[in-house]
Write a protein that binds this ligand. Sequence first.
Ligand SMILES: C[S@@+](CC[C@H](N)C(=O)[O-])C[C@H]1O[C@@H](n2cnc3c(N)ncnc32)[C@H](O)[C@@H]1O
Length: 293
Amino acid sequence: MTSTTAGTSADGRAAPPPSSKTKVALRGVSETMLITLRARADDARQPDPVLRDTWAADILDQLDYSRPPTLGEKAFFATVLSRARLFDSWTAEFLNAHPEATVLHLACGLDSRALRLAWGPRVRWIDIDMPEVVALRQKLLPDPAASGSDYRLVATSVTEASWLEDVPADRPTIVVMEGLLPYLKEAEVRQLLERICERFPSGQIMFDIVGATFLRLQALNRPIAKTGALMHFALDDGHDLEMMHPKLRVKDVLRIWQIPGREKFPWNLRLLLWVFSWLPGFRTTNSYMRYEF
Ligand SMILES: C[S@@+](CC[C@H](N)C(=O)[O-])C[C@H]1O[C@@H](n2cnc3c(N)ncnc32)[C@H](O)[C@@H]1O
């Protein structure tokens, strides 16, 4: 358990004074990873954390970034944490079944998944994000390669083709995309999935996605809307994605009102999700999907 006081980091070390903090000048989709970071950092400071991401709390202390809380943020944070925990458990499940594997963690942001999860010496882990985010990550998070792990941090847009050519295609591959696909255009999603399915022999792909109704109402999601990030891609029926490549097969589709850990959501969020679960259009407002290929 981790608890902090003002000016103290999650592990009890003194937080740097404001002047020595790292300035953050991100806007749009890159800024959204500071919201998920904040969700994990706040959680790490709770007496009974959901995710226990102490790296997040330490990173936030090092950043010169403050943003007034937005309406509904607490409820939004609760969903971010459950999503991260679900993706941790799906990733761990794959690595247990495939001790020799490649992990492609696309749009990693400042997420500490590579540090949070235990992974063996025959796992190759690749974290990928945009150059400005990777530059920040290099300053703020420890490099698992320094302790001998097969780890690489790649600065590129996932929509480029070239980064995939540098990843050996010799192992089952798990692709983790948390908070990414809604921000890509449909043609970019199709191309990315095609490239992954063509390059690797087999594996799994997991991502979260919004439904078409959510996409139309995205301005109501204040924490995201305030960054200026725009969502473009929605998916209601998980089977529609199987059309994008013949190897893709749905393994799991979980709706937000079915996500493990929802029993700990604030009561007003639980009520809202219960209502959503009965309303066409809102039933598929946020989903967590896992595919095999
Ligand atoms: C909502 S944040 C999620 C970050 C992280 N997965 C997490 O859960 O904290 C979205 C992330 O997607 C990244 N991103 C958006 N478009 C991208 C692209 N085309 N290529 C690589 N990363 C991208 C952003 O830079 C940002 O870090």
